[in-house]
Write a protein that binds this ligand. Structure first.
Ligand code: FAD
Length: 395
């Protein structure tokens, strides 16, 4: 089936909004089990099929955006026997008439609708227009392409704002790509939502030793352009960080506005769905970073892959509740390997053992049961053993 860019058919049995790993993963899972229904995927972006986790490994390996794209929308459409409508924004859902409204005024009818619209970067402060061309977030392949183009060939000074997974991975990757990296965050240690402080500090030591400048426990008072066109970030302790570019990595917010405007049930952590990925409206489902499944929005690959498989079975006539299993997060910081399976309730205690960069931390509840873990350095080899005994979140 040809890929449609502008010539959009007006009806499909299944419409999927989003061509991230969730949307494409669902279409692929359906075709794999022999489902023949007509499918249209609509994407605001280029529709390239790529692995988002690889974006934060591309500078070390000097990979272009085109290299990271495994297949373009045309090849994807052929493979999935589907229409892939690209660079097209869905502006509204008409749930009573089962149509989606596309920018430009066209409509697309469906029997079943799946929302796989992902999440977008949270930017907690306004950036002056004079700095806009030097200010980046990276949440898709197009963002990565723009940032690589801006950095050019020579080493640049990059101020990464944020100490979470995306901030730490890009700090490590940009450093490996020979850029000069400063990392600024209000928290006192790295990966604060994944690691107890001693392990976050171990990663901080590895970053420091490698030459990444850490400014932890600091907030930014002002960002100005100097006369020499250098960006000056003034911190609350009076320090100044000079940079050529700013990379913001201050968290993601589910893109649930379409669903909310259409009257679907939405929570701060995403579109509310049950274990069969059903929204509050019949014939509309959601999965991936936008979906809050039975109270959990995981925002990682393993849960969205499990969701795609379960939803494909449900849509093909075998109602299948999704199970997430135990999904430890492997953080891509080669300066110090990290694996984390953070507990969802506050642990009674962390049992922390090890020295230097090789540390294991076991989170226990008041009965002494393991409810999560974090591992650094050589201890990451305990991942499989601990995952087997860790509790399953959505079992
Ligand atoms: C740098 C980075 C590294 C990561 N590393 C890891 C890792 O190591 N391990 C891990 O498990 N997870 C990792 N993650 C998280 C993981 O990549 C995401 O959970 C996953 O890719 C989300 O996929 P998605 O399909 O739900 O959303 P997205 O990939 O965000 O896709 C959303 C799609 O919806 C489209 N869309 C949105 N709104 C509209 C609209 N109104 N109209 C039309 N189209 C629309 C977009 O264009 C896009 O195609 C990482 C994330 C980042 C940013």
């Amino acid at each position: 089936m040809p890929v449609s860019h502008k010539h959009i058919t007006s009806q499909a049995e299944l419409v999927i909004i989003g061509t991230g790993m969730a949307g494409i993963g669902l279409a692929r899972a359906l075709r794999r089990q022999g489902d023949q229904r007509s499918i249209t995927l609509v994407s605001a972006d280029s529709g390239d099929d790529y692995s988002k986790p690889l974006l934060s490994t591309g500078f070390a390996k000097d990979l272009s955006a085109d290299t990271l794209a495994q297949r373009n929308a045309a090849v994807l459409g052929e493979e999935l026997n589907a229409h892939v409508v690209i660079h097209t924004h869905v502006s509204a859902l008409d749930v009573d008439n089962r149509t989606v409204l596309l920018d430009g005024g066209k409509t697309l009818g469906y029997e079943t609708l799946v929302l796989a619209t992902g999440a977008e970067p949270r930017v907690p402060f306004r950036i002056a227009s004079s700095l806009a061309s030097r200010f980046f977030t990276i949440n898709d392949l197009d963002d990565y392409r723009r940032f690589r183009t801006a950095l050019g060939q020579g080493p640049s000074r990059v101020a990464v704002i944020g100490a979470g997974l995306v901030g730490c991975e890009f700090a490590n990757d940009l450093h490996a790509g020979k850029h000069h990296v400063s990392l600024i965050a209000p928290e006192g240690s790295l990966l604060p939502r994944l690691l107890p402080a001693p392990l976050g500090n171990a990663l901080g030591d590895a970053f420091n030793e490698a030459g990444i400048n850490l400014h932890l426990g600091r907030s930014i008072d002002s960002i100005v352009l100097s006369n020499s066109e250098s960006i000056e970030l003034r911190l609350d302790n009076g320090d100044t960080v000079s940079a050529d570019f700013i990379l913001m990595a201050t968290g993601l917010v589910p893109r649930s506005a379409l669903a909310e405007a259409a009257g679907l049930s939405v929570a701060p952590s995403g579109i509310v769905v049950d274990r069969q990925l059903r929204t509050s409206h019949p014939n509309i489902y959601a999965l991936g970073d936008v979906a809050c499944v039975d109270g959990v929005n995981a925002m990682y690959v393993q849960p969205l892959q499990a969701s795609a498989k379960a939803l494909a079975a449900t849509l093909s006539g075998t109602p299948t509740p999704v199970s997430f299993g135990a999904w430890p997060v492997v953080v891509k910081t080669p300066l110090l390997p990290v694996v984390a399976y953070p507990p969802i309730t506050t642990p009674e205690r962390w049992r922390i053992e090890g020295e230097g960069g090789d540390i294991s931390a076991l989170a226990e509840n008041k009965d002494g049961r393991l409810i999560g873990f974090a591992l650094t350095g050589g201890c990451v080899r305990r991942k499989v053993e601990l995952s087997r005994v860790a509790p399953v979140l959505l079992g």
